[in-house]
Design a protein around this ligand. Structure first.
Ligand code: ADP
Ligand code: MG
Length: 245
């Protein structure tokens, strides 16, 4: 199995705060990795370091077999950051345009979409229940609607690696379930590799094939089945799970 991510002895600081200390793990093509841990355990820092968003770190990170410093094929990745926050109401793009930009990212110069691509955008917007908003300016929409647009933008390019940091916190359960079903289909049918940071035990239990349990260090890394027989599992699914949120 091709290795898509390798992290060796990663240590990251925010000023004086050591957010990650000596983290090592790897992700193979086709894995669905659930990343869990209490608040402040370094989950977002890890994801940001993988994506080149941390100004400095110690240790080694490789993506698609290349060291992170040399990696340039960002169009192979889809990323949903935590806490997008409300967009500036004057952000100058419609819903359709934002998703179109996602589709064209890495495909060269801006251009009009062909009929088949327009259809693809349309179907994804329908699935996420925002097709009726496609001509609206994204900045005018509610936080939950904006979040759905960003989900569509991350998925439209059929990324080989999809990295999501608590992507559905602002969504109602029906849309959330539809979104996770779509991601699971991409994982099963197209072999899309998924990294999902979440506190949502139901989604993790249903879909994750592997687990990374963090608290500044790696407390558990292995298959979901092994996780279910580990002491960390009762902390995650058990009495403390509500305190993790
Ligand atoms: P999680 O996503 O698991 O909640 P984070 O990666 O956001 O954890 O944070 C890990 C630690 O780093 C926490 O102690 C947090 O307060 C600290 N931290 C995160 N971002 C910053 C920042 N921009 N500046 C200073 N400290 C930060
Ligand atoms: Mg976080």
């Amino acid at each position: 199995m091709q290795e898509l991510i390798r992290v060796e002895q990663l240590t990251c600081r925010h000023g004086a705060v050591e957010a990650l200390s000596g983290i090592s793990f790897s992700v193979a093509a086709g894995d669905y990795l659930g990343i869990v841990g209490p608040n402040g355990s370094g989950k977002s820092t890890l994801v940001r370091a993988l994506l080149g968003l941390m100004p400095s770190y110690q240790g080694r990170i490789s993506l698609f077999g290349q060291s992170r410093e040399n990696f340039t094929a960002w169009q192979r990745l889809g990323y949903l950051p935590q806490n997008l926050g409300p967009l500036n109401p004057a952000f100058p793009a419609t819903v359709f345009e934002v998703v179109q930009l996602g589709l064209l990212a890495g495909k060269g110069l801006p251009r009009r979409l062909c009929r088949q691509e327009r259809q693809q955008v349309q179907e994804l917007l329908e699935l996420l229940g925002i097709d009726h908003l496609q001509r609206r300016m994204i900045g005018e929409l509610s936080g939950g609607q904006q979040q759905r647009v960003m989900l569509a933008r991350a998925l439209i390019n059929n990324p080989e690696l999809l990295v999501m940091d608590e992507p559905t916190a602002a969504l109602d359960p029906e849309i959330r379930d539809r979104f996770y079903e779509l991601v699971a289909r991409m994982n099963k049918n197209k072999g899309t590799t998924v990294l999902l940071v979440t506190h949502d035990t139901g989604t993790i239990g249903q879909y994750a094939s592997r687990m990374l349990y963090l608290d500044k260090k790696v407390l558990f890394f292995g298959s979901f089945d092994e996780f279910c027989h580990s002491p960390e599992m009762s902390v995650f699914f058990g009495e403390h799970s509500q305190h993790l949120i």
